[in-house]
Design a protein around this ligand. Sequence first.
Ligand SMILES: Cc1cc2nc3c(=O)[nH]c(=O)nc-3n(C[C@H](O)[C@H](O)[C@H](O)COP(=O)(O)O)c2cc1C
Length: 233
Amino acid sequence: VQEGEAISSAAFSVSDAILSRHSCRSFTAQPVSIASIRRLLDTARFAPSGGNLQPWIVHVLSGSAMARFRAQLTPGFLANPLAGSAEYHVYPPELKQPYRSRRHKNGEDLYRLIGIPREDKAARHRQFAQNYNFFGAPVGMFFFLDRSMGPPQWSDLGMLIQNIMLLAREQGLETCAQESWAIWHEEVAEFLRVDSAFMLFCGLALGYGDTASPINRLRTDRAALDEFAVFHE
Ligand SMILES: Cc1cc2nc3c(=O)[nH]c(=O)nc-3n(C[C@H](O)[C@H](O)[C@H](O)COP(=O)(O)O)c2cc1C
C-alpha cells in the first residue's frame, strides 16, 4: 500500500485487509445489498470473546430505514453537532503523552489535507458534523452492550468491529468506526427502540469509498514495532 493511495479494490488476504483498511470519510451513494451486509455479519460473529459471552448487539440501518433516520435526526445533529453528551469518556479527561500528541496530529493531518486551517472552527465543526451523516454512507451500524458488562466485554466488542472492518475490505467496501455517535446515544436508542438495559458504544459507516475525495487520502502512521513490543528472548 502506497502512502496516500486511495484504496477501493478488494482485499484477498488478512494482511491485505489490515493494510488496506483505513477510516473512510466520504462514501458514494452506491447501495450495499442486505445480502452483502448479512454475509459480512454472519462471518464477523465468529470473533472471539472471553468465555464466549458474545456480548454484542448490532443494529443495521440501510435503505428506507436509513432514509427515515436521516430525515428525522440528521438535521438536528448537523445543526448542533457537539450538543449531545456521552455516557462514557471517549478519551480519558487528562490525556497523557504520547497519546495527546497522537490525537492532536491525527486531527491536524486530517484538516490540513482538506485545507481547513486551525482558526476556521466553523469549517472544522462542519466537517466533524459529517459523522452524523455517516459521511454519506448508505449503511450505518450501531453497536450496543448490556450495561452490566465491563471493560473486558468492551474489548470483545472491539474484536467484532474489527472483523466487520476487515471483512468489508474483502467485498471492496470501506468503513469508519464512529465513537462520535456516543454523544447522541439517547436519540439513537430511541429511534432504534433499544431497551435502556443496553448502552451505545459506537457507530460505523459502511459503503463504497469515494476515491476522488481528498479526505480519503489520509493515511495515519503508527508507532514502530519496537516502541510498543518488548521481546524477551
Ligand atoms: C472505536 C473507534 C471509534 C472511532 N470514532 C471515530 C469517529 O467518531 N469519527 C471519525 O472520523 N473517526 C473515528 N475513528 C477513526 C480513528 O480516528 C482512526 O481509526 C485512527 O485515526 C487511525 O486511522 P485509520 O483508521 O485510517 O487507520 C474511530 C476509530 C475507532 C477504532
